[in-house]
Design a protein around this ligand. Structure first.
Ligand code: ZN
Length: 715
């Protein structure tokens, strides 16, 4: 611990009296956020204090340096080395540790080529240009794999080009309104606003034969500020690689939806995969480019002038096409079943070993992955370091804690999904999944969570010191809301709530836990200007110069993550706030009813769903009273509290995507990252499908009634 944080840390105990003198009621509310679920929080508070003293900024920095020493794409020897390193750290802390392999379908690029000619046949560009800048040698390492799209098809196409802005549904609709036909065309989209797989999916549906994804300097380059190595933003040749898997259909190994791809799973149990895509993969080619390579294509493009808000920061007028330029895309992807490695470290619970608290972070990176994901891995390792110290002092958690280092997240949440699919019903007793992916790219804390854990996350943030002084919560509250607006919340804050917590969509490993298995989940991070996402420039030097030079935010995130695990593992009563959940469900229904009426589906009957939500709210209120002062045998109450979340799963899953079973949260089919709430109902309304909306309202009503009846059984 360095001097600056030591000061902050010992200042903390003084905070409570300062606050209570200004407002006793507020202090009680704050106190309750700490101690919710505990009959007597005193012993826990002392334990937490001992934990918070251990995670070290210096060690986190050292761990980050080791993890980012080499590119470690999933399924490579360097990735295996990081698995061994993490396993070693887990064992040193006293965790019972296993490296768990899976055999999954992954592509790696053999050949990728892009050439463009103007209408006179003059060559405009040929690439991709290797990622390079003077001043940072890391991208020049021969082990850096050329930037590519996970799950891209192989192909060789030559076609005219159309510019589709961010490749959102509304962008494609705009092109359709202007009668610009995408059949047989190559679509060029800029990154941002939605998940890249959605951009490709919508292009494929409209008959495009290929997609170029590029980073416009308006979104994360020179228009934002100084580019690396002078600042945090994306330099000219930097490419955002990334998966284009259709993970909104299902994530994980393309060949085994719902089934774990263990090494012994026979090939006959995997989906037929003749020469390319599985059920969640595109059938068309896509290639990611830097703006250095995309600019000549966009500049030569003719056709109508692009709408004003489609104009990026390149110094010419953007046009929609087609015309003016022809592009040749070649993509040869080497698809093979490859071995990946999760690392699972276990601390057996002393009283309720069958109940699991799971902490997870992915370890694989597109290249060096200093921010994504190694900042998360370093934070998790320091959380483990802290928990290890408690173990040596004789502490045992009441419930079992698992620390998990996932592999192949970048290709489509593969390591976590296969592990979840392997656990099956054992996860009915997993009481929480705490995710961290990008732990640190700057100082702005933010979080997403199921509604029942939003209060819990706020309570944790109030208990951890911030490098800025005060607590993480205080820094979070005083940060401007646009710093955390990427965490989209679908219901307004309740009276007295100060910080917004987002809803869980997708884009990281909480998806299989929450949306397939029904495990209450959270996701946390600390953000800042970050222009090198998924490029070879996301390296240790960038991190030190731009994100967290003294590793104090790594230390902060280690404390937050570790405290989530400890407080959840030891609670007398599971600290789920179903009153908040009920309030959010009611808000979602109200919004959906309005959207239905706007869509001309005003006759849809929301009354049964609203009645179920009211019943759920009443049960939640009574459960909350029991949770606030736990006493007697709490087994039944805990079991009911846990099974309430599972009750939101529907057996048949969402229409056309049965792997997604949660009736309240799913990744949007046209957003990918952002959550769509009560997805069955809302997506049917979007499709203006009255029958489907009515059926999905019924499925939702049954789920809410199921949850209400389980919660009632606790009383
Ligand atoms: Zn990541």
């Amino acid at each position: 611990m360095n001097a600056r944080t030591a000061l902050v840390f010992f200042f903390l105990p003084a905070l409570a009296p300062v606050i209570s003198s200004s407002s006793r009621l507020a202090a009680q509310a704050i106190e309750q956020q700490h101690s919710f679920g505990y009959a007597d929080f005193g012993a826990e508070a002392r334990l937490e204090e001992r934990f918070l003293a251990v995670p070290s900024a210096k060690l986190a920095g050292k761990e980050l340096k080791i993890l980012t020493a080499k590119p470690h794409l999933a399924a490579t020897p360097e990735d295996h080395k990081t698995a061994e390193y993490v396993a070693e750290q887990f064992r040193a802390a006293g965790l019972e540790t296993q490296i768990v392999p899976y055999r999954v379908l992954l592509n790696q690029p053999k050949v990728q080529r892009v050439e463009a000619w103007d209408e006179h046949g003059h060559l405009l560009m040929s690439g991709p240009t290797p990622e390079h800048i003077d001043g940072d040698p890391a991208p020049d390492n021969p082990r850096v794999v050329m930037p590519f799209n996970g799950s891209s098809a192989s192909g060789d196409v030559t076609a005219e080009v159309v510019y589709a802005n961010y490749g959102r549904l509304e962008d494609y609709n705009e092109l359709a309104d202007r009668h610009i036909d995408l059949r047989g065309k190559i679509v060029i989209c800029r990154y941002g606003s939605n998940f890249r797989g959605v951009k490709v999916y919508l292009a494929e549906q409209r008959g495009a034969v290929g997609v170029i994804l590029y980073s416009d300097p308006q979104d994360d380059g020179f228009a934002k500020g100084n580019v690396w190595p002078g600042g945090p933003w994306r330099p000219e040749t930097a490419v955002q690689g990334g998966s284009v898997q259709y993970l909104f259909k299902y994530p994980g190994d393309p060949e085994t939806p719902g089934v774990a791809s263990t090494p012994s799973l026979p090939d006959s149990a995997r989906m037929a995969h003749p020469d390319g895509p599985g059920g969640n993969e595109p059938r068309i080619v896509s290639i990611p480019l830097s703006y250095h390579d995309a600019a000549p294509i966009l500049e030569a493009l003719k056709g109508p002038r692009a709408p004003e808000n489609w104009q990026g920061a390149l110094p010419f007028h953007y046009h929609l096409g087609p015309g003016g330029v022809r592009v040749h895309l070649v993509s040869k992807q080497d698809y093979q079943r490859r071995i990946i490695w999760d690392v699972i470290g276990r601390i057996e619970g002393s009283q309720d070993p069958g109940s699991w608290v799971i902490v997870g972070n992915h370890r694989d990176a597109w290249v060096y992955g200093a921010v994504d994901p190694s900042s998360g891995t370093a934070a998790m390792l320091e959380a483990v370091h802290g928990v290890g110290a408690l173990l040596r002092q004789g502490w045992r958690p009441r419930r079992t804690i698992l620390f998990c280092s996932w592999d192949a997240e970048e290709e489509g949440l593969i390591g976590s999904t296969e592990w979840v699919e392997q656990q099956g019903r054992a996860l009915d007793h997993a009481v929480a999944y705490f995710n961290v992916d990008v732990a640190v790219s700057g100082p702005d804390f933010s979080a997403s969570a199921v509604p029942s854990l939003k209060k819990f996350v706020r309570g944790i943030a109030r208990s951890v010191p911030s490098p800025l002084g005060g607590t993480v919560y205080m820094a979070w509250r005083s940060a401007s809301p646009d710093k955390t607006k990427h965490r989209q919340a679908n219901a307004p804050l309740a009276a007295g709530e100060e910080v917004s917590i987002g809803d869980l969509g997708s884009g990281s490993d909480f998806t299989p836990f929450l949306q397939h298995a029904g495990v209450p989940s959270t996701d946390i991070g600390s953000g800042g200007p970050y222009g090198v996402y998924h490029s070879a420039f996301d390296d240790f030097a960038w991190f030190v110069h731009n994100a967290d030079g003294q590793f104090l935010y790594l230390q902060q995130m280690a404390r937050v993550l570790g405290l989530e695990a400890i407080r959840m593992a030891d609670a007398d009563v599971l600290p789920y706030d179903y009153v908040a959940y009920a309030r959010e469900i009611a808000a979602y229904l109200e919004t959906a009813r309005r959207r239905a009426s706007d869509a001309g589906l005003g006759s849809l009957d929301f009354a049964p769903a609203e009645a179920a939500a009211a019943r759920f709210a009443a049960a939640a209120q009574r459960a909350y009273t029991l949770e606030s002062s736990p006493s007697g045998d709490l087994t039944r109450l805990n079991s009911a509290l846990r099974q309430t979340e599972t009750a939101f799963l529907s057996h048949s899953g969402l229409p056309n995507r049965p792997w997604y079973r949660h009736t309240i949260f799913a990744p949007g089919e046209v957003t990918g990252y952002a959550a769509v709430v009560i997805p069955g109902v809302n997506e049917a309304i979007d499709a203006q499908d009255r029958d489907l909306a009515a059926r999905q309202l019924q499925v939702l009503t049954e789920a809410i009634n199921r949850a209400a009846s389980i919660l009632e059984s606790a009383q």
